[in-house]
Design a binder for this molecule. Structure first.
Ligand code: UDP
Length: 240
């Protein structure tokens, strides 16, 4: 059993929100994930959330057409994460969970600006904080934003939701011999080029001793169980 966590940062990719459709929103997924967050929140866990935007737009793919500048395309990608954040905030409210969106790209009347003191005050007051707009900078990812916001919010753990039950030595969908890791060090992730998160996110976590748990979004009660210290998924930290 790992040390129990009091405050976590949940990273959900945009793809996860789309379910099998890969674009937009899947009602069943939204209901289930919002229900999970609600259960963990009622159990007393303090929760920050960073959502991706890949279910709506990915900057590099749009820029790849050669018509939209990469900086512009990434700004659009960050706005996609804000759209997801607004949707998920409302989903949470259906489940009785109070949540506030703080955005790296604030929009008057829509979402206030992210700041660490504001995020921490809201978490202390029992709100879920959804940190939107990525890092606010092009050429970064929402995985990096998740680790950055986790550090700013003094989270004990980043929980990265995926469609598989942890980190494997190869893609388990393609290679039946792929092995699942229960623990990894940051340096092993980098040396083996495991692509759990981009290198910026892994290095930022390593430099700030922020543990990451990669888990299957379909596991019932995962947030509560991982926060309690149960060894679900793959745990990445300094000494694996
Ligand atoms: N993005 C960005 N800076 C950030 C975070 C995100 O420019 O700090 C843009 C980038 O274009 C990216 C898009 O937002 O493709 C959506 O984020 P991401 O691809 O990380 O979402 P996910 O794959 O987790 O759904």
């Amino acid at each position: 059993m790992a040390e129990p966590a009091r405050r976590i940062l949940l990273k959900l990719s945009g793809e996860a929100l789309a379910g099998d459709a890969e674009f937009g929103f899947d009602e069943a997924v939204l209901r289930r994930v919002a229900g999970e967050v609600g259960q963990a929140h009622r159990g007393g866990l303090q929760i920050g959330i960073v959502l991706g935007g890949g279910n709506l737009l990915r900057g590099a793919a749009l820029a790849g057409m050669g018509l939209v500048n990469r900086v512009t395309a990434d700004q659009m990608g960050m706005l996609a994460t804000l759209m997801n954040a607004l949707a998920f905030r409302d989903c949470l409210s259906v489940f009785g969970v109070p949540a506030t969106v703080l955005s790296a790209i604030p929009i008057a009347g829509v979402a206030e600006a992210f700041s660490a003191p504001r995020a921490n005050a809201l978490l202390d007051a029992g709100q879920v904080v959804i940190a939107a707009g990525g890092t606010g900078n092009p050429f970064f990812t929402t995985d990096t934003a998740a680790c950055l916001r986790a550090i700013e919010m003094n989270a004990d753990l980043v929980l990265k939701a995926t469609k598989v039950d942890g980190v494997y030595s190869a893609d388990p969908a393609r290679d039946p011999a792929a092995q699942r890791f229960t623990k990894l060090s940051y340096d092993e992730v980098i040396a083996r080029d495991l692509r759990v998160m981009d290198l910026t996110a892994i290095c930022l976590s390593r430099d700030n001793a922020l543990p990451i748990v990669v888990f299957d979004i379909d596991t019932v009660g995962a947030l509560t169980r991982i926060a309690a210290g149960e060894a679900l998924g793959t745990r990445i930290e300094a000494h694996a």
